[in-house]
Design a protein. Structure first.
Length: 222
């Protein structure tokens, strides 16, 4: 396997990233079906929420050589998404890698695999979404890999330059041309849900608020 290194993608404008950071992935999940990663991919630090531009990496098995090489190319606002090409054993992100990524301005990592060094990730306050933690780490084996190419990450096709939103529910990836409309819709629903919860806490019937009672009464002919 050789190395493939492509140019960095165009970044999502900062003002749009600010909007996307306020969006909850689970709210978008009320209407959108595509772009949600396997729910097994969760943040190993509690209740983090980030948004940014997708930078992609396909990293084989035990090798982390290309990861170390490309970290210097990352920019403030980027999120690194890593396709582990089926590896379910080796951790490719730990304290050393996290410190270098944070220094580059990378706002977080999503890895379809494992990470390690949780205390150091907390120390650096560097959010990582992964399948879990492994004590077996990658090394400099010079096997190869690919940077800024289309990847498959936890069931989602990710293109360099996509919009990434990751939070306490999971990870969502969207093409830039679709993301803003989805964000506007989600932010509107988030405001509605806040009002729904206020009314429910005040003792109103949730079924009446949501319309579920009317649906059931119609089905029952009442």
């Amino acid at each position: 396997m050789s190395y493939v290194i492509k140019a960095m993608p165009t970044q999502v404008p900062a003002e749009k990233i600010e909007k996307y950071r306020a969006v909850e992935t689970a709210v978008v999940g009320h209407r959108r079906l595509m772009g949600f990663m396997d729910p097994a991919i969760q943040c190993v630090l509690s209740e983090r929420r980030i948004a940014g531009t997708a930078v992609t990496l396909a990293l084989p098995g035990q090798d982390t050589t290309l990861m170390h090489h490309v970290i210097a190319k990352l920019r403030p606002g980027d999120i690194l998404l890593i396709d582990r090409l089926g590896d379910r054993r080796h951790a490719c992100v730990g304290g050393g890698v996290a410190s270098a990524l944070k220094a580059a301005g990378c706002v977080g990592v999503v890895v379809d695999g494992f990470c390690t060094d949780l205390p150091e990730l907390r120390q650096h306050d560097f959010p990582v979404w992964a399948r879990g933690v492994s004590p077996i780490t990658t090394r400099l084996y010079d096997i190869g890999g690919a940077f800024n190419v289309p990847i498959a990450c936890a069931g989602v096709v990710v293109m360099p330059g996509d919009v990434v939103i990751a939070d306490f529910s999971g990870v969502l990836v969207m093409p830039p041309e679709e993301a803003e409309a989805e964000a506007d819709w989600a932010l509107g629903l988030q405001a509605d849900e806040a009002e729904l919860q206020r009314r429910a806490l005040a003792g109103e019937d949730l079924g009446e608020i949501s319309g579920a009672n009317a649906i059931v009464r119609k089905r029952l002919g009442k």
